[in-house]
Design a protein around this ligand. Structure first.
Ligand code: ZN
Length: 83
């Protein structure tokens, strides 16, 4: 699967990558929402490089587990949207 095809599966928005805060605001996807001990909700966002790296890991894990790899599933449902 082409890099751009994978990237097209996601909604991109300006944000700060959780692994590359030094980059500052860049194109990111929403990966998960965590609930810090201090309360509230915090968005975890990933830049292009990190999104592709995570997809690579998911692909490798799927192949090891003998299951079909389906890109575009990073993040999943947002817990903040749940009732
Ligand atoms: Zn990153």
């Amino acid at each position: 699967m082409e890099r751009q095809q994978i990237l097209d599966l996601y909604q991109w928005a300006p944000g700060i990558c959780f692994r590359h805060p030094v980059k500052g605001e860049t194109a990111t996807i929403h990966v998960e929402t965590v609930r810090p001990a201090g309360g509230g909700l915090q968005d975890v966002r990933a830049c292009v490089d990190c999104a592709l790296a995570m997809e690579e890991r998911r692909k490798a894990a799927a192949e090891r587990g003998g299951v079909a790899y389906k890109p575009g599933m990073l993040g999943g449902p947002d817990p903040a949207d749940q009732p």
